[in-house]
Design a protein around this ligand. Sequence first.
Ligand SMILES: NC(=O)c1ccc[n+]([C@@H]2O[C@H](COP(=O)([O-])OP(=O)(O)OC[C@H]3O[C@@H](n4cnc5c(N)ncnc54)[C@H](OP(=O)(O)O)[C@@H]3O)[C@@H](O)[C@H]2O)c1
Length: 237
Amino acid sequence: MISNYRSLIQRLRSNSIAVPNSTKKITLVTGASRGFGFSLAMQYAKRGDHVIALAKTQGGLTELDDAIKNTTGQSATLIPFNLTAPDTAFGMLGQTLFERFGKIDRLILNAATIGPSSPVAHTKEQDWQNVFAVNVTANVRLLRHLDPLLRSAGKPHITFITCTSLGDAYWGAYSASKLALNQIAASYKAETAQAGFIVDCFDPGIMATQLRRNAFPGEDQGTLQTTQEVAAGYCSN
Ligand SMILES: NC(=O)c1ccc[n+]([C@@H]2O[C@H](COP(=O)([O-])OP(=O)(O)OC[C@H]3O[C@@H](n4cnc5c(N)ncnc54)[C@H](OP(=O)(O)O)[C@@H]3O)[C@@H](O)[C@H]2O)c1
């Protein structure tokens, strides 16, 4: 499994990836292949940031890169990376991004999975672990391995994309994972305030996305907020 990450790291190290000049803000968005992460990445690219886009699916990342190129003329750095990877892969990623970019000004911890719907008492072990791996553990690993890059930025801005409407029947793992993430964000904010980190939690509310469709398959998504609207509102603040 680690060998998959070695080829990603080699590509990131290669000269084919343009390194923006040091005055450009570097923004890393997780879960940028679709949904809210895609829309946030577009917003920051439009503002002139260099976007590092991470998600599992290469196709969605390439679509984002095409959309950014069409709108801004600039490329994004694409990181096809499964957030359930072992900690060593996160370590390799952090080290390589440090060599390549030296800093991260803005980190948006957006990627999440809702997992399959299940009563708590019937939740499969693997499903529980997967939801916590993506929604909780991966974010802690990113904070650990990207810490030198965040500190190099001076006053980095870290956003935890959260959810505050929790506790629906059949979504126990997702609810518990988001509650855990909210608490991690609170501790992290208190720990890094003196170093000048800006840390916030943002609940985007109900949006028309794949995650929402998985949770409520019969819902008419035409009546919901779009990710573009919510991302534009968040980024204007
Ligand atoms: N939609 C809502 O109504 C709503 C409401 C409140 C909060 N939120 C929060 O908003 C955020 C974005 O949700 P969304 O609705 O935009 O979800 P989405 O459309 O399902 O997108 C989720 C993103 O996370 C990535 N991801 C999932 N598992 C991954 C893994 N193992 N490794 C790498 N990337 C992975 C996906 O990438 P791949 O496609 O490549 O797997 C995708 O880019 C989440 O934190 C969610 O909790 C959403």
